[in-house]
Design a protein around this ligand. Sequence first.
Ligand code: SF4
Ligand code: SF4
Length: 79
Amino acid sequence: MAYKHYIDSDRCKGCGLCIAVCPRKVLEISGEVNSKGYFPAYQARPEDCVFCSTCCIMCPDVAISITETEDSGKTAEMK
Ligand code: SF4
Ligand code: SF4
């Protein structure tokens, strides 16, 4: 099973709660403003993300989602 972590930067108001709770220190505040004038969070170290969903649960603006994706690099089951 593979997962994709996504932050909707235009929903984010840059409160930093997700950054504080991430156990792997994956997230940081971006230096670029979003359409609402906030500095949104982004995955600075996506390779360290363990898809625990703590950040998704914590975000008051529901800006973060984790979705299942197709397994990459794995072939389908064969007989
Ligand atoms: S899913 Fe977990 S490890 Fe990944 S960014 Fe969110 S809190 Fe951090
Ligand atoms: S908790 Fe949500 S609103 Fe706050 S910085 Fe993280 S993604 Fe943005």
